[in-house]
Write a protein that binds this ligand. Structure first.
Ligand code: FAD
Length: 387
């Protein structure tokens, strides 16, 4: 706890989310994580506790939480259930994006359901032939009378298997060489939409899916923000999502460490608790140190964003370092448990699989290091820049 960042409201909020997560979520993590069904009952419970409206202002029925509080919620819920925390994280991001970019009538149609946990949305940028190089997307939006026709395929969109709506990015200029990208909010019951869920190794209830659009009509009121401003919109969100995803991954890793500390105190070898051996305690001491470092970088980044200060570099640092730190910590926790952790009876293997998805999702380590390097060296030293 630090007086310099967290005030007494943050401390009280952390305590209440911690209590809720441990009482209502922790025990059901493994069962939910193994299923491909979405946890609607738990999701509605989050809504009842005000945890799905964190990214929406009070004027529009949300909590209007500050960014530090959103980070605290991500960390605390992830300590109990990584996947539930991801869905909550998504609601904070989607709620904010829809509130800022949708026209009032559509906002009124969607925001109450998102906040109560009746409706779910996702974001679709990635395509089969373009992930890191998102500008190379092929999905097209063609202007027609009263709206737009969408054609193309998105892939790997989190929650898309269960979602009611999707924020879709598409090329919107008739010129085929144009880089103009526009965002649309697409109800997934629109004609011409097909979904194919992935059989994921972790992240299972989240329902990552490919979604294709064949002459899918959306009206002009489904335009998000201005025509051609889709890319700055999504890049600005990444600087926020990366700080929250860092907290999600290390929140889960902290629980793995807690479990391992307890186990090491009880498990005996050579006549002593294994917690007496430095070979057991030092790796945990090191992981706890790295995790604390990531944790403060996340909150620092959220504080910079809250203050309107630049934070792209810090967000990219988190996105490569946080998931990797969490994966390595959980991996060592498995080894320190011995054979009992090589089984699905304990949650550690599941935690590893769940967290490792975020090494890739929202941008790979390589792309994050390119961003950090760009911020340090200057844009002219990017591999694609011409001298
Ligand atoms: C769990 C999960 C959730 C996801 N959720 C979403 C979502 O909700 N919405 C969405 O739109 N997408 C989502 N994604 C997709 C994700 O954003 C992409 O997978 C990611 O951006 C990488 O794209 P790619 O898989 O096409 O890999 P590619 O871009 O094909 O990259 C392949 C490899 O090449 C490396 N590489 C590429 N370019 C360079 C370069 N210039 N220098 C060095 N290395 C490079 C990459 O780092 C990677 O290791 C999700 C992915 C996962 C795993």
């Amino acid at each position: 706890m630090s007086a310099f960042l967290f005030d007494e409201h943050h401390a009280a909020f952390r305590q209440s989310v911690h209590r809720f997560s441990q009482d209502k979520l922790a025990a059901g993590y493994l069962e939910r994580a193994r299923s491909t069904a979405f946890f609607w009952d738990v999701y509605r419970l989050l809504g009842e506790h005000g945890l799905l409206g964190l990214g929406v202002s009070e004027a529009n029925g949300g909590q209007g939480a500050d960014l530090i509080a959103v980070g605290i919620a991500c960390e605390e819920v992830a300590r109990a259930d990584f996947n539930v925390a991801f869905a909550m994280f998504n609601s904070a991001i989607a709620g904010g994006m829809l509130e800022r970019n949708l026209q009032p009538a559509l906002r009124a149609e969607w925001l109450p359901g998102l906040i109560s946990g009746e409706l779910l949305t996702g974001l679709a940028l990635t395509e089969p032939d373009s992930g890191s190089d998102a500008q190379a997307m092929r999905t097209r939006a063609t202007k027609v009378d009263g709206g737009w026709l969408l054609n193309g395929e998105k892939t790997s969109a989190s929650l898309a298997a269960h979602a009611h709506g999707l924020i879709v990015f598409a090329k919107s200029s008739p010129e085929r060489t144009s880089r103009e990208v526009t965002a649309f909010f697409v109800p997934l019951d629109a004609p011409g939409v097909t979904r194919r869920p992935f059989d994921d190794t972790g992240f299972r209830p989240i329902g990552r899916a490919a979604v294709s659009f064949e002459d899918t009509f959306v009206s002009d009121k489904h335009l998000m923000g201005e025509i051609g401003r889709g890319f700055p919109m999504v890049l600005g969100e990444f600087d926020y999502t990366r700080a929250l995803l860092g907290l999600l991954t290390i929140g889960t890793a902290m629980t793995a460490i807690d479990l391992t500390v307890e186990y090491a105190k009880k498990r005996e070898a050579f006549g002593q608790p294994i917690a007496k051996f430095e070979g057991v305690t030092f790796p945990l001491a090191e992981h706890a140190t790295y995790i604390e470092g990531v944790r403060w970088l996340c909150h620092h980044t959220l504080a910079l964003r809250q203050a309107g200060l630049p934070h792209t570099k810090e967000a990219a640092m988190i996105k490569w370092w946080g998931p990797r730190t969490a994966v390595q910590a959980i991996h060592d926790c498995i080894v320190l448990h011995g054979h009992v952790a090589y089984s699905e009876d304990l949650p550690l293997q599941q935690m590893l699989r769940d967290v490792s998805g975020l090494e890739i999702g929202d941008g790979t380590p390589q792309i994050q290091k390119l961003i950090v390097a760009r911020e340090i060296f200057g844009r002219e030293y990017l591999p694609y820049s011409r001298a």
